[in-house]
Write a protein that binds this ligand. Structure first.
Ligand SMILES: [Zn+2]
Length: 355
């Protein structure tokens, strides 16, 4: 109570001392066609020009706070059917009040519009590329490459901090978790670690061995991190569902991280003693067939444990899937369909100690 009172007093004092012009001098902020004056929220599009294939427009919202502060980017929908991650950012678009915000929030609620509209998981259906693999255009630039170039320029280069949102896709039964990728710079790594702890998801993957060349980065948060922006990845939701608890984890986690960054009033809520995961191990299907799981998302398994099996279309077992390592099932194939090379499950291996 005392703390609240002192905060209010300090705040009223600041209002008396600050000339009104100080508020008016906060500059407008523009991303794509969205321009927001200080204390305002604006909608627009990041326009991706036509090239070898069609042009597209990616929706963007700028919440330009009334008070000075950093620029935070919230980007989701690279995989347009990871619905919880999209609905959470949609909710934040409605909830963030520019009058309460210090600094600027750039919200990109749906990078992969065609994936969402056509209900196609994992890729942009126009060119069959993942919109989370940055500048992968060895085979010539298509819409995905141009879109990701524009996001790097308009969002990554403009922000100070970034959160990338994902979740279980249409065919993935996923338990919530986050990624923290250190870059070897003490100050930046300390901030990104505090961001991921403030976000509050209770399983955190320590993401190492990532590209360090800005021209060769993969994934959005890797792209932001090598450019010096502390950033994290968060995942919640599974298999086409939009459950209230999953959405709440992403919304509340974002607000807590914003409190850590001093962009909205209040204290962050840090997760205590999360399960740190040293790495993830994939189980991949060797051929097409029908998948019968024996584990659920979040199950802890021992190395060698049978996690499911695959039959051919006559019911003959053609594969017994076993855990290649002990750990937690981060996600498991949510549907019976399997083709060769599909990811059957991802197992997170618990780290020997917290970083
Ligand atoms: Zn994703």
């Amino acid at each position: 109570m005392l703390r609240v009172f002192r905060f209010l007093s300090a705040f009223s004092l600041a209002l008396l001392v600050l000339p009104l012009s100080a508020l008016a001098q906060r500059p407008t902020f523009t991303v794509g066609t969205a321009t927001a004056a200080a204390g305002q929220k604006a909608n627009g599009y990041i326009e991706v020009p036509a090239g070898a294939d069609a042009a597209t427009n990616i929706p963007v919202v700028v919440v330009n706070g009334a008070k000075a502060g950093p620029v935070l980017a919230l980007v989701t929908g690279a995989h347009g059917t990871e619905y919880v991650s999209i609905i959470a950012v949609e909710k934040l678009i409605g909830e963030l009040d520019p009058a309460q915000v210090s600094g600027t929030v750039i919200l990109v609620p749906l990078v992969n519009v065609l994936s969402f509209e056509q209900k196609v998981p994992h890729v942009n259906p126009l060119d069959n590329k993942s919109m989370n693999r940055f500048l992968s255009g060895e085979d010539g630039w298509t819409q995905t490459d141009r879109a990701l170039f524009m996001i790097t320029k308009e969002v990554v280069d403009r922000c100070d901090y970034l959160i990338d949102y994902h979740g279980g896709d249409l065919d993935e039964s996923l338990r919530p978790y986050a990624y923290w990728g250190a870059v070897g710079k003490e100050g930046q790594d300390r901030i990104s670690k505090q961001m991921v702890l403030a976000f509050g998801l209770d399983h955190i993957i320590i993401w190492s061995e990532r590209p360090t060349d800005p021209a060769a980065t993969r994934y959005l948060d890797n792209t932001a991190s090598v450019r010096g922006k502390p950033s994290i990845v968060v995942e919640a939701g599974h298999a086409g569902t939009v459950e209230t608890d999953d959405v709440a984890q992403l919304v509340n986690g974002t607000l807590s991280t914003m409190r850590y960054l001093k962009m909205i009033p209040g204290e962050p809520h840090y997760i205590e003693n999360p399960v740190w995961l040293a790495k993830t191990v994939d189980v991949v299907s060797e051929g097409p067939g029908i998948w019968y799981p024996l584990v659920k998302r979040g199950t802890y398994v021992q190395e060698g444990m049978k996690i499911g099996y695959v039959t051919d279309y006559f019911g003959k077992v053609i594969l017994e899937a076993r855990a290649p390592a002990a750990g937690v099932i981060l996600h498991v194939n949510a549907v019976p369909s399997l083709k060769k090379g599909d990811n059957i499950a991802d197992i997170g291996v618990v780290a020997a100690q917290a970083p």
